[in-house]
Design a binder for this molecule. Structure first.
Ligand code: ADP
Ligand code: XUL
Length: 513
């Protein structure tokens, strides 16, 4: 049995697999807003932060871990678990003083984690990936390196507001004494893994690459990026290591309190996107994952590490070695919902009154689908741009939005230099048949839909099994299966239509009509 944990924005979830039988045997989750309302974070973060700050209370993550494990121990014999691995929301960081390591080593199973660990925090709240407060710090880091091209060449991404390095720099600038008192900085994923292992564990290459600090060529912290970020930073960071490495046996706290075996191994943690790459069975190049959630994300294993010359996409470590791409599109479901509400429609009308009423390619009518600020490409908010009248019929608008979104995705994933042989679609909007068909036609690749709600926790459980010697391809083959009858083949006769729509889209984006 292998336990995967995922500490995401809104919840901490657990999934246990039986690797021999190929079955998921147990699942549970703590919803931060619902189960831990005393942290005042209905959606997993503290609302109303100033200047683009989005922070969460790390005590909430710690308390959730105790609560989840006590629930698991009530309904499952945890002594059967051979290994545990964690996944965490990327980029978020936790700041701790010199007492943290000793506290971890001496955890007392007769009292709770929060009271034992919270006194070590040097920063009461943790910036998370939704934080946009570090524009100035990004500019400073880029300038120190001689430009963003160099930051991207080394770290796989230009300096990005939500990435951990710029966040650390802001902490150093605004709270220099607290920064100085900080002995160790963890990512959410390595923080949770450290508590489980009872010692500070390494940061893996998957999540570590989301910091603007890891040099992807040497797979070590980059001396110039460290210097550009904050003083003495190397001393405050765990070492970067391969994701599949073991971190040591589970802490005695978990043996005494929840009945884990003393031999149960903790495997290094990784970020939720690298973990989902495994959980979606997309560990080989050629299979692209598109997740249509609040934002849309796109990720895939890479045959070779190339970076996005435009600076929109990211390169992270692949949890099984090598690299993966990740591209985020802020106007995902947010934009689809905005148009749905403007037109006063339901999701089912979206398909029937939208896509079904209009021809593929929309007779050349194209929309830049930005209903709010966008990060890929970077755009301040100025609303969608259309090459057709604003009062066109609903069907035209809907098709233009959806085609615009996937043309934008196709255009901004071209830097990968790879065409998909298969697309695995997940997230809320993947339920929509018309949307799934559109993805197949625009990318000219078969689409499989995934029912798995928790690809990141499944990926963590599979990684735990893989690190203990189980075969990765066999594991993904048995656990990462698409929903029955969910495969959609592309209509090959539409290839030219969408090549031409892409050119129209590109022209509109460049300011033409
Ligand atoms: P997240 O993980 O970001 O919370 P989910 O993957 O759960 O998001 O997706 C939720 C989103 O899916 C909702 O915001 C909603 O807009 C969208 N959604 C749900 N059902 C449909 C549908 N049938 N068609 C299109 N979008 C849908
Ligand atoms: C990736 C990112 C998000 C978080 C969400 O760069 O910021 O996908 O990992 O959990």
């Amino acid at each position: 049995m292998f336990l995967g944990l995922d500490s995401s924005t809104q919840s901490l979830s657990a999934l246990i697999i039986d690797a021999d039988r190929g079955t998921i045997v147990h699942e549970d989750a703590i919803h931060f807003g619902r189960d831990l309302p005393h942290y005042g974070s209905p959606s997993g973060f503290i609302p109303g932060g100033p200047d683009g700050e989005v922070h969460a209370d790390p005590r909430m993550w710690i308390e959730a871990l105790d609560l989840l494990l006590s629930r698991l121990a009530e309904s499952f014999d945890l002594s059967q678990v051979t290994a545990i691995a964690c996944s965490g929301q990327q980029h978020g960081s936790v700041y701790l003083d010199t007492t943290f390591s000793d506290r971890l080593a001496a955890l007392d199973p007769t009292s709770g984690l929060v009271e034992q660990l919270a006194p070590a925090l040097t920063r009461a709240t943790s910036p998370i990936w939704m934080d946009t407060s570090t524009g100035e710090e990004c500019a400073e880091i880029a300038a120190a390196l001689g430009g963003n091209d160099e930051v991207c060449r080394r770290s796989g991404s230009v300096a990005i507001e939500r990435f951990t390095g710029p966040q650390i720099r802001r902490f150093f600038k605004t709270k220099p004494e607290a920064y100085q008192r900080t002995a160790i900085i963890h990512l959410v994923s390595s923080f949770i893994g450290s508590i489980l292992a009872g010692r500070d564990i390494a940061i893996d290459h998957g999540d570590g690459a989301g910091m603007n600090l890891l040099n992807l060529h040497s797979l070590d912290w980059d001396a110039d990026l460290l210097d550009a970020t904050a003083p003495d930073l190397r001393d405050k960071l765990p070492l970067p290591e391969a994701s599949a490495n073991a971190a040591g046996p589970v802490s005695g706290y978990y043996v005494s309190r929840f009945g884990f075996a003393e031999t149960c191994e903790v495997v290094l943690s990784t970020g939720d996107n690298p973990s989902s790459l495994v959980g979606m069975g997309a560990t080989e190049p050629g299979t692209f994952v598109i997740s249509l959630g609040t934002s849309d994300t796109f990720f895939a294993a890479m045959s070779e590490a190339v970076t996005d010359p435009n600076g929109f996409g990211h390169v992270f470590g692949h949890p099984a070695g090598g690299f993966m791409s990740l591209i985020c599109f802020r106007n995902g479901s947010l934009a689809r919902e905005a148009l749905r509400d403007q037109l006063g429609l339901a999701w089912s009308d979206f398909d029937h009154d939208g896509l079904a009423q209009t021809p593929p390619g929309n007779e050349g009518r194209v929309m830049l689908p930005f209903f709010g600020p966008e990060i890929t490409p970077r755009r301040d908010f100025n609303g969608p741009v259309r090459n057709f009248p604003d009062d066109a019929p609903p069907g035209v608008q809907i098709r233009a939005l959806l085609e615009g979104q996937f043309l934008n995705m196709r255009l901004h994933s071209q830097w990968l230099g790879e065409k998909p042989t298969l697309i695995r679609l997940t997230g809320g909007a993947s339920q929509n048949d018309g949307i799934a068909r559109l993805v197949a036609d625009i990318f000219q690749a078969p689409v499989e839909r995934f029912a798995i709600a928790n690809g990141a926790a499944l990926g963590a459980a599979i990684r735990a099994a893989h690190a203990c010697g189980e075969n990765l391809a066999q594991l993904t083959g048995s656990f990462c299966q698409p929903a029955a009858d969910s495969r959609i083949e592309p209509n090959r006769s539409l290839a030219a239509t969408y090549d031409s729509a892409m050119e129209t889209y590109r022209t509109l984006l460049a300011g033409g009509r």
